[in-house]
Design a protein around this ligand. Structure first.
Ligand SMILES: N[C@@H](CCC(=O)N[C@@H](CS)C(=O)NCC(=O)O)C(=O)O
Length: 202
């Protein structure tokens, strides 16, 4: 059976859980506690290459790291990743944009807020927001008049960009500024198989 190493609050792991659910694939979860430093334990470091979740372990024990790589691997041959090379490139362009421009600028202030570490870090948070807001503005403009990110169909581009963008208010972002993003978030949540961030067990 597939095995997913994740953590409860990790948006990157959430992307993978959403897709696994949408594909109806059974899997075992190994949920690490990041606050306890479990990603730094030698066995996990060895398995995960970068000491981060998510990690997908296949039936043959091979592992795939990086949420975008896992999404692309699982989605191949399914409607979540169209076969046409140009459309696939468009999907990948959103995966790369999310990692380069959105993910850290949302995830780091979010984790500080969630762990009660934001006080005294106002200047650093402002710096992350100074990077994150322009990226959110670009996403907002793209979504005006569009239903989905690529070719007017739901793909892993939507799953990948959705996760942290939907959590941005936890990182102190004012999402009232982005009506098209908010409508798109609601559409993603309405997709068959979509799952909440915090799963029942673990
Ligand atoms: N680019 C990576 C980022 C993964 C990442 O940053 N994972 C975080 C949780 S979301 C993590 O495991 N951090 C290590 C730690 O906090 O110990 C991906 O997309 O998978």
């Amino acid at each position: 059976m597939l095995r997913l190493y994740d953590s409860r609050l990790s948006g990157n792991s959430w992307k993978v859980r959403i897709l696994l659910s949408q594909l109806g694939l059974p899997y075992e979860r190994v949920t690490l506690d990041l606050a306890k430093g479990q990603t730094q334990e030698p066995a996990f470091r060895e398995l995960s290459r970068f000491a981060r979740v998510p990690v997908l372990q296949l039936e043959n024990a091979q592992t795939i790291v990086e949420s975008g790589a896992i999404l692309l691997y699982l989605a191949q041959g399914t409607p979540y990743l169209p076969d046409d090379p140009l459309v696939r490139a468009q999907v990948m362009s959103w995966l790369f944009f999310e990692q380069a421009d959105l993910q850290k600028s949302i995830a780091i202030p979010r984790v500080w807020h969630l762990r009660g570490l934001a006080s005294g870090r106002e200047q650093e948070i402002r710096r992350f927001h100074a990077e994150g807001y322009p990226a959110l503005e670009m996403l907002e403009q793209w979504l005006v008049g569009r239903t989905w990110l690529v070719e007017e169909r739901y793909t892993v581009a939507d799953t990948a960009v959705f996760a942290y963008v939907s959590l941005a208010s936890q990182g102190g972002y004012d999402m009232e500024r982005f009506p098209s993003i908010r409508e798109w978030i609601a559409r993603v949540k309405g997709q068959a198989g979509w799952v909440e961030l915090i799963p029942e067990a673990g």
